[in-house]
Design a binder for this molecule. Structure first.
Ligand code: DGL
Length: 260
């Protein structure tokens, strides 16, 4: 189904737009539909069972529109509705697979995974990475306040630096820090400033490449949809994350998808 009507991207809020930004940097005219589950944000404060259900329904909604490939542009959603639970033959792209391959390729000694509270508490991201890269020592730390800062769309260099510093202060030094929450991709340069470019991995770049390689992606509009009520908040964050790319940024509300 690659590229029938364009790429579909799903996240709890504005974070997945950091993946969209990477897609549009490579293919500025690509047709992209983005769905934020704003009514249920933040996923990082919910259970795996809840997030898994919301993610599955969000993906199914995008697929029902004929979009493909569909990207789970959310690390919490990617671990809460893992590949093993998706239908056989699903062409859904998640946040983990390209990172696993990249870490296996780089083989760093010590990796720090920075993620939402739910991702960290589940232990699933860490065990997926550890299984693929047994020689690497992984640690993890939650940075849920950085999710909120980005979601509000009004962060400053100083507030992002303070939040990033306080997250890193809780963890041992690592050779590579994985920004395992798409919200953090909005402030990648802040982490690069603190750690140096070579020690920061923003999975959005790898995931965007994988989405563009999935098939012929048609040219078309950028649609931003949310189940949330606060359209202004998503628009503000979208302007910060995508504004400079010159595509019109309009946000539409859609009904919450309820379980069948
Ligand atoms: N952006 C999401 C992630 O990559 C979820 C953030 C949240 O809703 O807490 O995990």
């Amino acid at each position: 189904m690659g590229g029938l009507k364009g790429i579909g991207c799903f996240d709890s809020g504005a974070g997945g737009l950091t993946v969209v930004r990477r897609i549009l940097q490579e293919r500025p005219d690509a047709a992209v539909t983005y769905l934020a589950d704003g009514i249920h944000w933040p996923y990082g404060e919910r259970s795996m069972a809840q997030v898994g259900g919301f993610t599955r329904r969000g993906v199914e909604r995008l697929e029902a529109e004929g979009l493909g490939p569909v990207v789970i542009a959310c690390n919490t959603g990617s671990v809460a509705w893992p590949a093993e639970e998706r239908p056989a033959g699903s062409d859904v792209i998640d946040m983990l697979a390209p990172v696993r391959a990249e870490i296996a390729r780089r083989a760093p000694e010590r990796v720090l995974v920075l993620a939402t509270r739910a991702t960290v508490d589940s232990g699933r991201y860490l065990s997926a990475m550890q299984a693929a890269c047994p020689a690497t020592h992984f640690t993890q730390v939650a940075a849920q306040d950085l999710v909120s800062l980005v979601e509000q769309g009004n962060w400053t260099q100083d507030s992002a630096l303070a939040s990033a510093r306080s997250a890193l202060a809780k963890a041992p030094r690592a050779d590579l820090v994985v920004l395992a929450c798409t919200h953090f991709g909005a402030v990648t340069e802040v982490f690069e400033e603190l750690l140096g470019d070579a020690r920061v991995l923003d999975p959005g770049v790898l995931v965007a490449r994988r989405a563009l390689a999935a098939g012929p992606i048609p040219a078309g509009e950028l649609r931003l949809l949310t189940t949330g009520r606060d359209l202004r908040r998503l628009r503000r964050a979208a302007l910060r994350i995508l504004g400079h790319l010159g595509r019109p940024v309009r946000v539409e509300r859609v009904e919450e998808v309820v379980a069948p």
